[in-house]
Ligand binder design. Structure first.
Ligand code: IMP
Length: 178
């Protein structure tokens, strides 16, 4: 693996494709064990989580459903501030065991604003699986239940993650050269 260029920036190898796949398999085993017989519903958040969600789902040994949503944020009224809406969330969550699939939890802002909308639908349980987690960047109180890799507060690309639209199509993960 060598340094790659995306737009105007350089990125160096950080997590190899084989270490990612190994981690995804062990996460899938853990989740399969915890959700056996519960027919969980996975909600993958696009765009970043598409590759992780696909590999994770492939490795589940239990009955499970998956749907993909996109989060759009727009400025609401003055009192409500930024509003996040989910595009494509057409499943009934009532009484379901729901697991959110994220590529990376950074400040936690996105999930902090979005989770109450899911809780409102009264799922039986609600958990989060994220491939990457940056504890140093965490600002909002989000509990990530299943974590692939805990990483330093650096910008990363690859395995679905992008820098201004590019870089998603790498099986490995690279970090910004500063
Ligand atoms: P949060 O709301 O700050 O937790 O941000 C979460 C979202 O920001 C992720 O789902 C990613 O789309 C994006 N993001 C955060 N850190 C990175 C990174 O290092 N590389 C690429 N995208 C990132």
């Amino acid at each position: 693996m060598s340094t790659i260029r995306v737009h105007d920036k350089f990125f160096e190898p950080f997590l190899s494709a084989s270490s990612i796949i190994e981690k995804v398999k062990s996460l899938a085993d853990q989740v399969s064990k915890d959700y056996a017989g519960k027919k969980p519903l996975f909600i993958a958040i696009l765009n970043g989580a598409f590759m992780f969600a696909s590999d994770l789902f492939k490795n589940f040994s239990i009955e499970a459903e998956i749907c993909f949503i996109k989060l759009a944020s727009y400025k609401g009224t003055k009192s409500s501030g930024r509003v996040i809406t989910a595009i494509g969330l057409d499943m009934d969550l009532f009484g379901r065991h729901v697991v959110i699939i994220e590529d990376i939890v950074d400040t936690g802002k996105t999930l902090n604003e979005f989770l109450p909308q899911l809780v409102h639908q009264q799922p039986e349980s609600l958990k989060i699986v994220s491939l990457l987690y940056k504890p140093e960047a965490m600002v909002y109180p989000i509990t990530v239940d299943y974590i692939g890799f805990t990483i330093p507060n650096k910008f990363v690309i690859g395995y679905g993650l992008d820098y201004n639209g590019l870089g998603r199509n790498n099986a490995a993960i690279y970090k910004l050269v500063e």
